[in-house]
Ligand binder design. Sequence first.
Ligand code: MG
Length: 287
Amino acid sequence: MSLNQRSLNLPVHYIFFILFKQLVDLLQWDTLAYMKIVRFETQGAERYGILESGIISSITAPSVGTVRETDETFKIEKVRLLAPCVPTKIIAVGVNYRSHASELDHQLPERPLIFLKPPTAVIGPEEKIVYPVTSHQVDYEGELGVVIGKLTKHIPQERARDCILGYTCFNDVTARDLQQKDGQWTRAKSFDTFAPIGPWIETELDDTNLPIETLVNGKVVQRGSTHDMVFSVPELISFISDIMTLIPGDIIATGTPGGIGPMQSGDVVEVKIKPIGILRNYLMKDS
Ligand code: MG
């Protein structure tokens, strides 16, 4: 077995964790102000890069050794953008917007209501969400995704923002009929392709009043602001880090505003957070 085969077979997530950590170390953390981090594929290779004015400056991330900056640049339209990070887990938050609680006729939760989505559900921008044959109602849920940048455990709220690498758009795709049928949410939230992330990570944002919209076939179906959150981003990070260790690249999907609804095969769905960008995906039937 070659070295390559061995490293692919075993700890794929561990390798990505190392690469991601090397990237974060390389960028020296404090220099990350107002930067768009992309992960992309070109000529069969996956890379990280920094996006500026449509040009990606590539950063090498070999699986052994130190990450280095390169002189290589790529036009964004010449590469395929991937999900901007490779999470070991996605921690999602239920009923975290007052407008969503009210449309569900739910009481506001007394503490964050969290659940997990598996990393195997992740897809990138412009990829297809597969409509499973076992569901008859697949819903969009446009959300702000918080990307973790440091190993995080038992972090108080006051220091929680220090653990954020940046922000991205997230679609918490949900088989609503299965969610209602099961009681437990795992099946409804975990199908492959049910966690679109992207298009990139914006490193510097005020997360307290971000406009968030979801569009289906160009029509706005959700419109809210992170100002409407029940639990703030620091409250969520602190609460979750008291339960599980957060690893660089992990994502917190911070909940969806009111206006959830179904998608059909053939639809185009977009999650738009203006200071970040637009995450666009397409619905298709399972073949
Ligand atoms: Mg959600």
